[in-house]
Design a protein around this ligand. Structure first.
Ligand code: KG4
Ligand code: ZN
Length: 346
């Protein structure tokens, strides 16, 4: 029998609803919130208000796109955390009410597990390859940078993570220093295409093992620009593309070097990336190149799965549904990883 799961994602500034039929995606609707652009970052209060406005239309659109009646649904999955509490509350409350009203199970999902398991979503038409287990995934977003060893769909171990900033933050902060708009990652990516990545070099952190650090890079980038602006007030404007390409290369070098170490340490050669920064063209290219050189099987997510989306919540929901791992109506969101007293999050 086929299983239909409605999934909801509302952890930050995207309101999303998806319908999965088993592990296949039938609909994945995302409503972005433009309201934050003028503030240079996500404003939590505005985000939760926008989620309240978006959630019903988004769920409605997902059901219509999938051609499914809500009575056909077998379960409702939702993002429990980590994320902005006010935002998470909107999705959590909606999912609870929906499950209660339809007398179907409620499934709580960890956002980071979802980014990783997005690699196992199958498309309705094409039969694209999915990773074998164990699988090694580099999750790089605005809030997280970690390497996870996926032993089984619901059995993951974080084997390395950042001790300070996330890779996405490094992109965003570098962009801010250069006076570029938020979020800076995509802007740097675009500018870098016209620039010379070897023009400037920045020191890389010396963190042992599989740990990451990006705060030192941000500081050295800031001081480098400050010093150059003293002698040339147009330094940034004149070197925009080269600065973008050089800082991007440094960030990507740091990420790739740790993935090489992770493969060496674990012997796992099915390798992927996830999270917002996995949309970066340089990280996608370099991981693919390293994979070809080193005999890895590399999995690069479709762009629709690099940003926050509900389909990734749905795939975790499906694996939990198969195990009968359901939440009850007393479940509350958590802002930080581990807040739900989970073992396997970052
Ligand atoms: O996963 P995500 O959508 O949200 C969370 O942080 O959970 O990630 C957002 C981050 C931002 O820091 C953004 O600048 C970065 O992903 N990002 C990129 C690119 N697209 C998004 N960074 C570099 N290159 C990109 N093309
Ligand atoms: Zn995310």
């Amino acid at each position: 029998m086929k299983t239909y799961i409605l999934s909801i994602e509302s952890s930050c500034d995207d309101t999303s609803a998806a319908i999965l039929q088993d592990n296949k995606i039938l609909a994945n609707i995302i409503a972005n919130q433009d309201v934050h652009k003028r503030y240079g970052g996500v404003v939590p209060e505005l985000a939760s208000r926008a989620h309240q406005q978006n959630i019903i239309p988004v769920v409605d659109a997902a059901l219509k796109t999938a051609g499914i009646d809500k009575k056909q649904l077998n379960a409702v999955a939702f993002t429990r955390g980590p994320g902005l509490l006010g935002s998470l509350l909107v999705g959590t409350s909606f999912a609870k009410a929906f499950a209660l009203g339809l007398h179907i199970p409620l499934i709580e999902v960890d956002h980071l597990q979802a980014h990783i398991l997005a690699h196992f979503i199958r498309d309705r038409k094409e039969n694209k390859a999915v990773p074998s287990l164990p699988f090694l995934c580099l999750t790089v977003s605005g809030g997280h940078t970690q390497i996870t060893l996926v032993k089984d769909y619901l059995d993951m171990e974080i084997i390395g993570k950042t001790i300070d900033d996330a890779a996405g933050e490094a992109f965003d902060k570098a962009a801010k220093i250069m006076g570029l708009p938020y979020p800076g990652g995509p802007v740097i990516d675009k500018l870098a295409k016209e620039g010379n990545p070897a023009k400037f070099t920045f020191p890389k952190p010396k963190i042992k093992g599989l740990g990451f650090s990006f705060s030192g890079l941000k500081t050295s980038f800031l001081y480098f620009l400050r010093d150059n602006l003293k002698t040339n007030p147009d330094f940034i404007e004149q070197n925009k593309a080269d600065l973008a390409a050089s800082i991007q290369k440094t960030i990507v070098d740091i990420l790739i070097e740790k993935m090489i170490t992770a493969v060496e340490q674990t012997g796992v050669k099915d390798v992927g990336i996830a999270g917002g920064v996995s949309a970066n063209s340089e990280v996608r290219k370099r991981l693919t190149e390293e994979g070809e050189k080193r005999g890895w099987k590399v999995f690069i997510p479709d762009f629709q799965f690099t940003t926050d989306n509900a389909a990734m919540i749905g795939i975790v929901g499906y694996f939990k549904y198969l195990k009968g791992d359901f939440a009850d109506q007393s479940v509350v969101p958590y802002a930080r990883s581990g807040g739900g007293k989970r073992k396997n999050t970052g």
